[in-house]
Design a protein around this ligand. Structure first.
Ligand code: NAD
Ligand code: TYD
Length: 352
């Protein structure tokens, strides 16, 4: 038995592949284009594992994906591949349309043709699991109820709009062709192997390198934070027990303002890697220009997955953040490798 993972060289995908191979005998084929966000080094510990195969390809490349499905005959495909950074989607939205919308559509179409050729028993067992985001639901007022699966889609950034479009295609392939799909909409993840353009790894990297910790606007925007390994366990639950055609919200039940996140991060860094001048890392917090169209608040109601699939996150934000900081402190070579080259250009453009 084999599963195909797309985008498995990225942050969540690599954690998922490592998690999978530590818990299952089943083989994993990782199809990844290796954009700036993809890094094979994140999977170094499984490179020689005979259950693991890496294929460099674009999810939108119909002949490459079709050949891969024919060769490996997977029982499921889990689609992590995407352009995933909101600020980059504001800077260059076309890449987001190309991969998240057109790429996902082509992946669905290629998978549908493969799935339709399967014998009835394998057809019934097959799953297409699409990994999406809570950002498709838009922004909440301070007192509004958390996002439920039934909320209207109101995406505000080009990233969120492209993910919303992909979710709609996934839904349409179930309703029109009967492709056995599942969709998950998750809140902000953090943990090992996250590219240091996102808030938490960016600020760990900047902190220990004596750089400013940039807070957009007033820093009062609220996000729900989920430790990446808890997300991986939720995906396993959905893959194994999710009802075909359904969507599941996933979150950490942990709403924090960005400023609260950074203050806790600085306190952990003060303890684990104190500054040589005796001052606290919070001194490096710097308010910068706000993100255009910045969503004020995301919050996720996870009662459906908790009740239907008996899943709950294990980490608190404090315990997950501590593990994350420890990982980045111990893996500075990984960080040094990913921040060379293109990354410097992005940081210069975004932060001046
Ligand atoms: P990431 O940017 O770290 O990784 C994306 C991976 O996809 C990279 O390995 C990249 O090389 C690959 N990729 C990009 N375009 C591709 C293409 N056309 N064909 C094949 N591979 C391609 O992203 P992530 O943070 O790991 O997110 C994974 C998924 O989870 C995304 O779909 C994202 O929308 C979703 N998600 C992320 C978060 C989060 O907080 N990071 C939260 C909710 C949902
Ligand atoms: P990010 O990690 O980019 O995730 P998302 O935009 O998908 O939620 O950002 C998390 C929050 O942190 C978001 O409100 C934007 C904010 N932020 C900053 O204040 N400064 C930064 O340098 C970055 C990258 C993000």
């Amino acid at each position: 038995m084999t599963v195909v993972v797309t985008g498995g060289a990225g942050f969540i995908g690599s954690n998922f592949v490592l998690n999978w191979l530590s818990q299952n005998e089943e083989c994993v084929v990782n199809l990844d284009k290796l954009t700036y966000a993809g890094n094979r080094e994140s999977l170094a510990e499984v490179h020689t594992d005979e259950r693991y195969t890496f294929v460099r390809a674009d999810i939108g490349d119909i002949s490459a994906v079709s050949a891969l499905l024919d060769k490996y005959q997977p029982r499921a495909l889990i689609n992590f591949a995407a352009e995933s950074h909101v600020d980059r989607s504001i800077d260059s939205p076309a890449d987001f349309v190309e991969t998240n919308v057109v790429g996902t559509f082509r992946l669905l179409e290629t998978t549908r043709l493969f799935w339709q050729s399967l014998p009835a028993d394998r057809k019934a067992e097959f799953r297409f699991l699409h990994i999406s985001t809570d950002e498709v639901y838009g922004s909440l007022d301070a007192s509004a109820s958390a996002f439920r699966e039934t909320n209207q889609y109101q995406p505000n950034s080009p990233y969120a709009a492209s993910k919303a479009a992909s979710d709609h295609f996934v839904r349409a392939y179930y309703h029109t062709y009967g492709l056995p799909v599942l969709t998950t909409n998750c809140s902000n993840n953090y943990g090992p192997y996250q590219f240091p353009e996102k808030l938490i790894p960016l600020c760990i990297y900047n902190a220990i390198n004596g750089r400013p910790l940039p807070v957009y606007g007033d820093g009062q925007q609220v996000r729900d934070w989920l430790y990446v390994r808890d997300h991986c366990s939720a995906i396993m639950h959905v893959l194994q027990q999710g009802v075909v055609g359904e969507t599941y919200n996933i979150g950490g039940q942990c709403e924090m303002t960005n400023l609260e996140v950074l203050k806790l991060l600085c306190a952990i860094l003060d303890e684990l890697a104190p500054r040589s001048d005796g001052r606290g890392y919070a001194d490096q917090i710097t308010f910068v220009k706000d993100r255009p169209g910045h969503d004020r608040r995301y919050a996720v109601d996870t009662s459906k997955i908790e009740m239907a699939l008996d899943w709950k996150p294990e980490e608190t934000f404090e315990s997950g953040l501590r593990k994350t900081v420890q990982w980045y402190l111990q893996n500075q070579i990984w960080v040094a490798n990913v921040v060379s080259g293109e990354y410097q250009g992005w940081v210069g453009k975004q932060y001046g």
